[in-house]
Design a protein around this ligand. Structure first.
Ligand code: CA
Ligand code: CA
Length: 299
């Protein structure tokens, strides 16, 4: 099996980056990832760590997938997310919902034991490991790993978990998939600008899908499918995610305009992914059953 080492890190999604590995469609690949502080914050007494070697939110990759051509879709099955034995959180001075209300950066290290952390003596939290950053290279521009967009990127969607399948657009030959920024746990919104930040490894199966349209980034998880969209405001991101899902209901389920709108109002769940990145991210979730009952099957 191909393993991409966490030495192969980047700060941008770009077609100019030389692939760290090459694989065929249908292959399984392991991405070893660093935490968002570049593994630099290891001691609560030194919240600035080693100066972080100035790599922000590193991603591992990119992976070149043979056969992936512009216009295809890359199906990424998240087979496993394995975390190291500790996570870290740090307050932010300038970003997040509390910007300006914390005077200094402080860090906490949490030991992970049997899939849980002890937040304090009373509060024990069960982890739900997820991927913060996952995306393909954009067609033209270079996008920092701090930013989500149509290529995926820093979506911080807590539903990108083991067992889920993410569909991404192929914007350049080979797709160039990269992954990073694992969270042991994160609430919708990520209001304090970090989850439980953890390094680890992600095992994925990547498959090239030809001649199909999906409203990418598109996620299938636990009986739900969802569009994930990012924009300058939450309202705009929510509108984009919902409109794309309406189009998908029409195309995949054969629902007309009126039916699709009503269904979205009845069973569509509009939810916040994150409010702290350069663009805000929302998702529109619907039960996959609605499509399956109309004979649709996901690629
Ligand atoms: Ca993130
Ligand atoms: Ca993070």
């Amino acid at each position: 099996m191909i393993t991409i080492s966490s030495e192969a890190i980047e700060e941008i999604f770009s077609k100019k980056i030389i692939p760290a590995a090459v694989c065929s469609s249908g292959e399984t690949v392991i991405f070893e990832t660093r935490d968002c502080y570049n593994n630099g914050v290891v001691d609560e007494r030194f919240p600035l760590g080693d100066g972080e070697k100035e790599v922000e939110n590193p991603i591992t990759g990119p992976l070149f997938i043979q056969d992936a051509e512009i216009g295809d879709i890359l199906k990424v099955e998240i087979l496993d997310i394995r975390l190291r034995s500790w996570g870290v959180m740090r307050s932010s001075i300038d970003f997040g919902f509390f910007a300006g209300s914390y005077q200094e950066k402080k860090a906490r290290i949490f030991q992970i034991e049997q899939g849980k952390i002890h937040f304090d003596e009373q509060v024990i939290l069960e982890l739900e490991p997820m991927i913060g950053v996952i995306g393909t290279a954009p067609q033209e521009k270079e996008i920092p790993t701090t930013t989500p967009d149509t290529h995926g990127g820093n979506m911080d969607c807590r539903k990108i978990i083991k067992g889920s399948t993410l569909y991404l657009s192929v914007n350049v030959t080979g797709a160039l998939l990269s992954i990073g920024d694992l969270h042991g746990l994160m609430g919708d919104g990520e209001v304090f600008i970090c989850g439980l930040e953890v390094g680890g490894e992600v095992e994925v199966r990547v498959t090239v899908v030809k001649d199909q349209w999906l409203p990418t980034p598109f996620l299938s998880t636990k009986g739900e499918v969802m569009t994930i969209q990012s924009a300058a405001t939450l309202e705009e991101a929510g509108r984009m995610a919902t409109k794309l899902m309406r189009r998908f209901l029409q195309q995949a389920g054969g629902y007309d305009d009126l039916q699709a709108g009503m269904l979205l109002s009845l069973v569509g769940q509009l939810a916040v992914c994150q409010v702290v990145n350069p663009l805000m991210t929302m998702r529109m979730e619907i039960p996959a059953e609605i499509l399956y009952k109309r004979g649709y099957q996901l690629p």
